[in-house]
Design a protein around this ligand. Sequence first.
Ligand SMILES: CC(C)(COP(=O)(O)OP(=O)(O)OC[C@H]1O[C@@H](n2cnc3c(N)ncnc32)[C@H](O)[C@@H]1OP(=O)(O)O)[C@@H](O)C(=O)NCCC(=O)NCCS
Length: 161
Amino acid sequence: LVLLALRTGLFTVAEADVLLRTTLDAHHAGTLSGRYLLRVSVSGPDDVPAAWTYAAESPVAPSVWDVWWVGVDPAEHRRGVGTELLDALEAELRAADARVVVIETSDGPMLAAARAFYPRCGYHERGRIPDFYGPGEAKIIFSKTLADQAGRAAFERTRSA
Ligand SMILES: CC(C)(COP(=O)(O)OP(=O)(O)OC[C@H]1O[C@@H](n2cnc3c(N)ncnc32)[C@H](O)[C@@H]1OP(=O)(O)O)[C@@H](O)C(=O)NCCC(=O)NCCS
C-alpha cells in the first residue's frame, strides 16, 4: 500500500513512511486509537491493491470524520476506482453514524486531479489557508454532510412509494 501511494508521485519515501507506513503499522499492531476505517480496492485475478483510503473520526468532534488518504494506482486512474472507493467509504461512515466528512488537499499542481475529483464526488470547498504547506501553497478544505437519519428515512419512503 505504501508503494501504491509512492507511485502517485506525491511523496518521498521518507514522507510516505511518516505519513502512511506508521499508520498501517499501527493498524496491524492493533495500536491505532479511536474509530477509523481503512479500505483497500483490489483488481485483477490476483487481487492486486488498486486503491486505498484511510479515514478517522475527529478526536474533538464526534461524528466528524477526516479522510487522511485516498489514492488510486496511476495505472487505474479515470476508471471510476476512486469514486467507487469513496462511495464505499461513505456507506460505511453512514453506518457508523458519521455526520460530516472532511478532506483536505493543496492548491499545488500535483493535486489538480484531487481538486477536480472531490467536487465531482459531492464535496464542497469550505475554505483555504494560504501558505499552509509552504510559501504560495494553500490548504483547501472540502467537506460533505452525509444525509441524517430523518433524511434517509424520507428518501427510503420516497423510493418505496
Ligand atoms: C484523485 C484520485 C483519487 C482520483 O481517482 P480516480 O479513480 O482516477 O477518479 P475517478 O475515475 O473516480 O474520477 C471521477 C471524476 O473525478 C474527476 N477527475 C478525476 N481525476 C481527474 C483529473 N486528473 N483531471 C480532471 N478531472 C479528474 C473527473 O470528473 C472524473 O470523472 P470522469 O473521468 O468521468 O471525467 C486519483 O487521481 C489519485 O489517486 N491521485 C493521486 C493521489 C491523490 O492526489 N490523492 C488525494 C490526496 S489529497
